[in-house]
Design a protein around this ligand. Structure first.
Ligand SMILES: Nc1ncnc2c1ncn2[C@@H]1O[C@H](COP(=O)(O)OP(=O)(O)OP(=O)(O)O)[C@@H](O)[C@H]1O
Length: 240
């Protein structure tokens, strides 16, 4: 079993009277790709912000393998700097030769070689997300946090980027946490899929990363069933 990188233990987060997270516990191991999936408002982004240490939990603990674990977040809106070239966006305008060389390498790794002097507005949606990924990778993160990074892309580019991100994460042995609404995306990309519902981690299953379409569909179906199941005492929902 791989080494635990981040361990969440009985996490709670409250915003006023709103219980955004209730008693969430799970571990992310080194080298794993974990997907958090669930309906809007379930608490996925809150969990990601807590893991990124952008916010503090109301109760519970998050333990990291190292005190200064390098974490980077990639968001749906690419957060690029439009007045800077692609290269400057990745090198953060540092001009030393070492940073420049690494920035060029990173751009090449995400398929943007030759686009160094291009501005973000001249890039396609998929290219912008590749650039955002390159920025995150420049920090050599020990934990990559992806908050619905492909949500704004058209279906074909999205599928393409799913394969691409999986490939980058595998070749760099990255530990990754992906947040998505898309059960197919979660099944396709992850080693483990965790369903977050009403502030709780209610279900976990093995993902179908690298598996055939049938397996991906089967995992996606099982996850969707959990997401759509009515809560105890709740009316409606589908009945078999
Ligand atoms: N800063 C905040 N202040 C108050 N309430 C918040 C705040 N952030 C989140 N919430 C609430 O916490 C709950 C969980 O929200 P969260 O954004 O984590 O869900 P989510 O599953 O990521 O949803 P989405 O997929 O739409 O991003 C929601 O009820 C939301 O309104």
């Amino acid at each position: 079993m791989a080494k635990p990188l981040v361990t969440l233990s009985h996490l709670y987060k409250q915003y006023g009277d709103n219980h955004a997270l209730q008693d969430v516990s799970f571990t992310i191991h080194q080298g794993e790709f974990v997907a958090l999936v669930g309906m809007s408002g379930g608490g996925k982004s809150t969990l990601l912000r807590l893991i990124a240490q952008l916010e503090q939990p109301t109760a519970g603990t998050i333990t990291y393998a190292e005190p200064n674990l390098v974490k980077r977040v990639m968001f749906q809106d690419d957060r690029l700097l439009p007045w800077m070239t692609t290269l400057a966006n990745v090198s953060f305008a540092a001009h030393d030769a070492k940073t420049q060389a690494r920035a060029k390498e990173t751009l090449a790794a995400v398929g943007l070689a030759g686009f160094e002097q291009t501005y973000p507005t001249e890039l396609s949606g998929g290219q912008k997300q590749r650039l955002a990924l390159a920025r995150a990778l420049m920090a050599a993160p020990q934990l990559l946090l992806l908050d619905e990074p492909l949500g704004a892309l058209d279906a074909l580019t999205r599928r393409n980027m799913q394969t691409f991100i999986t490939h980058i994460c595998d070749t760099n042995h990255l530990t990754t946490l992906l947040i998505t609404h898309d059960v197919d995306e979660a099944a396709r990309m992850a080693d483990r899929v965790i369903v977050v519902k009403n502030g709780r981690a209610v279900y976990e299953t093995v993902g179908a990363k690298g598996q055939d379409a049938e397996t991906i569909a089967r995992v996606g179906e099982s996850v969707l069933r959990v997401i759509l199941a009515p809560a105890p005492g709740e009316e409606g929902g589908s009945r078999d």
